[in-house]
Design a protein around this ligand. Structure first.
Ligand SMILES: Cc1cc2nc3c(=O)[nH]c(=O)nc-3n(C[C@H](O)[C@H](O)[C@H](O)COP(=O)(O)OP(=O)(O)OC[C@H]3O[C@@H](n4cnc5c(N)ncnc54)[C@H](O)[C@@H]3O)c2cc1C
Length: 317
């Protein structure tokens, strides 16, 4: 019998997580057909999306009031019987799955392989270590394999126009309530989400102050881009830490990444070096960021960026 692969599709209650679409590409590099699992409560739009995943044969749906907020404990209980039926179970690497995957692995007494950036075979995977400076190859002999995919390493597979996956509702045993949902605090933003944006403009310590960091927003506004930052900019209080890109921040791979006044420390580059096109603006021609960029502008950002903004404005007219 062929390899049995299950893709666990996480969501935010309204739509599938962006990373899921990238994990589909990863799974399709191994097999053209696979099953999908979704859990939640009142998730009809998500089920509809999941059934349009290219390659999805069956979409297993587990619904329960306790699954409403995707708490790790009930989701683990709901997924565990399904996981038992598959050779390879694939998650997207995100904050939700980082909570669920280790629990599921423990239940099944296996070691998960996280942040996979390349699937070599059903038992062999590449993943970054040491802040992305070394890519290790991990092979496993475990009968069942649980992995998470680093979305930045794979392009997005668009959903099909029409549903192809057969929806199968799965009953689950009574879920035990180990944890209780209290509240979520979600920051509202007018700009694109940093993790999913096609264009990201990031600012570093070179901006000098929170007031001058506004230059980054002005450039981002012209390009409908998300705003990111280096840790130095976050630590200096120019922006809050949810903007941080890097080893201890967000790992992203937009089509265009513009680094403004960022030196290019390895910890920063761990979060953006998979970007399709990297543009660097820095007044130090020896800054390490110039070793990874596609376009480098050596100059004072306070001169270069306003010129870029006015040039873009003119082009728009
Ligand atoms: C465990 C650990 C984890 C870390 N995680 C992260 C992480 O996730 N993300 C992250 O970013 N960092 C991280 N860091 C910090 C990292 O090592 C660097 O300190 C940080 O990235 C530097 O930020 P920066 O490039 O903005 O600042 P700097 O290194 O100070 O660079 C500022 C740059 O701005 C340029 N500049 C100054 N003025 C101008 C001007 N007028 N015009 C043009 N250019 C100008 C300078 O030439 C310089 O290159 C981590 C460090 C550690 C130890």
């Amino acid at each position: 019998m062929g390899l049995k692969v299950l893709l666990v599709a996480t969501h935010n209650g309204q739509s599938l997580d962006e990373q899921v679409h990238h994990s589909v590409t990863a799974v399709r590099s191994l097999t053209s057909v696979f099953d999908v699992a979704v859990t939640g409560h009142h998730i009809d739009p998500i089920i509809a999306e999941a059934s349009r995943i290219d390659g999805a044969q069956k979409v297993f749906v587990v619904t329960d009031l306790l699954l409403d907020k995707q708490l790790a404990e009930p989701v683990t209980q709901a997924l565990s019987p399904l996981v038992a039926l598959y050779d390879l179970v694939v998650f997207s690497s995100n904050t939700t799955t980082k909570n669920i995957l280790p629990r599921l692995a423990a239940v099944h007494k296996i070691s998960p392989i996280t942040d996979v950036c390349e699937i070599l075979s059903k038992r062999s995977f590449k993943r970054p270590i040491y802040a992305g400076n070394i890519i290790e190859t991990v092979s496993t002999k475990q009968p069942k394999v649980l992995i998470s995919i680093r979305a930045a390493s794979y392009q997005r597979t668009p959903l099909l126009d029409q549903a192809s996956g057969k929806i199968v509702h799965k009953a689950c045993a009574a879920l035990r309530k180990y944890a209780e949902y209290k509240k979520s605090i979600i920051l509202k933003q007018d700009r694109p989400d940093l993790a999913a944006a096609k264009i990201v403009i990031s600012g570093g310590r070179g901006l000098g102050s929170a007031a001058d960091f506004k230059l980054v927003y002005r450039l981002a506004d012209q390009l409908n881009a998300a705003v990111g930052a280096s840790r130095a900019a976050v630590d200096a209080g120019f922006v809050s830490n949810d903007y941080q890109v890097g080893q201890t921040g967000k790992i992203i791979a937009p089509s265009v990444y513009v680094a403004v006044g960022i030196s290019g420390a390895i910890q920063h580059m761990a979060g953006m070096k998979d970007s399709r096109i990297i543009v660097a603006i820095n007044n130090d021609e020896d800054a390490p960021i110039f070793t990874v960029c596609d376009y480098g502008l050596v100059g004072d950002l306070f001169t270069v960026v306003p010129k870029m903004i006015s040039h873009i404005k003119k082009r728009k007219k």
